[in-house]
Design a protein around this ligand. Sequence first.
Ligand code: ADP
Ligand code: VHF
Length: 369
Amino acid sequence: MPKTIVVKIGTSSLTQPETGQLALSTIATLTETLCNLRHQGHRVILVSSGAVGVGCARLGLTERPKAIALKQAVAAVGQGRLMRIYDDLFSTLNQPIAQVLLTRADLVQRSRYLNAYNTFQELLGLGVIPVVNENDTVAVEELKFGDNDTLSALVASLVEADWLFLLTDVDRLYSADPRTVPDARPISLISNMKELAELQIQTGGQGSQWGTGGMVTKISAARIAIAAGVRTVITQGRFPRNIEKIIQGEAIGTHFEPQPEPTSARKRWIAYGLVPTGKLYLDDGAINAILQAGKSLLAAGIKAVEGDFENQEAVQLCDRNGNEIARGLVNYNSEDLQKIRGCHSRDIAGILGYAGAETVIHRDNLVLI
Ligand SMILES: Nc1ncnc2c1ncn2[C@@H]1O[C@H](COP(=O)(O)OP(=O)(O)O)[C@@H](O)[C@H]1O
Ligand SMILES: N[C@@H](CCC(=O)OP(=O)(O)O)C(=O)O
C-alpha cells in the first residue's frame, strides 16, 4: 500500500560536527533512500534544515549567528547551496524535486493553509519530492515555526501522512540527554501521550551546536503528528537506510504510536496552525466540563484573562497553574472578556450592551491539548 512519508533531517546530521562542512555521504544515502521509497510507490516529502549551517560554512562563520538579520542573510546564502546539492543528487537518480519555503503565516490563515495543502497534493501527484524548509530569510519573530521539528509535524499533519521520521544525531529518545547522563534509559515505544508524561523525560538544553531546539521540539512535534494519526519515529540521521527497514517493521529508533482517532483537520488547524494570542485561566468546574463532558466554555468558568486579542482569535485555556489543557477560537475580544469573566451567560447582554454569543468558546471550536 503506498504511504505518505515525511522525513525531517536536522543540521546535526547534514553537517560534520567538527568542521561544519556538509556530510556528503549521509546526504547521498538519504537521496538514494528517498528515491527507493518513491520507486516503491510511496509519496515522499523531505523537510531539510541546514540553510543556516551551510550558509555559515560558505561564509566561513564558525558558529551559528545570534543576531536575527545576520541569521536571515546567512540562511539566504545557505538555502540556495543546499537546494543545488539536493537537485544535483536527486537529478542523478532522475527524481524531480521542488523547493517549498513556508512561514508560520502561511498556515495561520485558513485560505493559505488550504492553498499549501493543494500545492503539496499537486506536487505529490506529479511524483515530485518537495524539499521543505522554513523561509528563514523573511520569517518574522512573532510568526515563526522556529524549528523544523515543529514544521515537519505540521506538514505531516497537513498532508495526513502515515509516517514522520525525525532524523537526528542520536539513535533514539532516552530518559535523559545521553551526552550528559551516560546511563540514560533508551525508549523504544511510546503508545500514547499519557505514557510520555509518566516517563518524565529530561531534555536538557537547546540541542547540539548547530541544531535548534534539541529533543524538546522533537517531542512536541511527535505530539502534533500523532494527534493527526501520523506514526512518528526519532532515529539516527547518519543511517538513512534505516527508514526502509523501519517501514518494513524493524524496531529501530523511538516510535510514537498514532492516536487511534485522529483529531479533525479543522481542529488541528485551530490547535497547531494558529498562533494563540491570549490565555484564559479556568476554574475546576469549567475544566471538568471541557475535559470530561466535552462542553463549550462559558464566561462563568473564567477566572482570569491574559493578553490582547480579537474575537475569533485562538487562545490557550489553562488551569490555575498555567498548564495548558485546550485551545479554541474565542467569541469575544479580550476587553469584553475582562468585563464578563465569572458572569452568568444571561447577564452578558446587560454588561456589554449587546447580545453576544452564549458561549465564550463553542465546543466545535475547542480542541483538547
Ligand atoms: N532525552 C534525550 N534523549 C535523546 N537526546 C537528547 C535528550 N535530551 C536532549 N537530547 C539532545 O538532543 C540533541 C538533538 O537535537 P538537535 O541538536 O536539535 O538535533 P537536530 O539538528 O537533529 O534537530 C542530541 O544531540 C542530544 O544531545
Ligand atoms: N530553518 C533552519 C533550521 C532550523 C532547525 O530546526 O534546525 P535543526 O534543529 O537542525 O533541525 C535552517 O535551515 O538552518
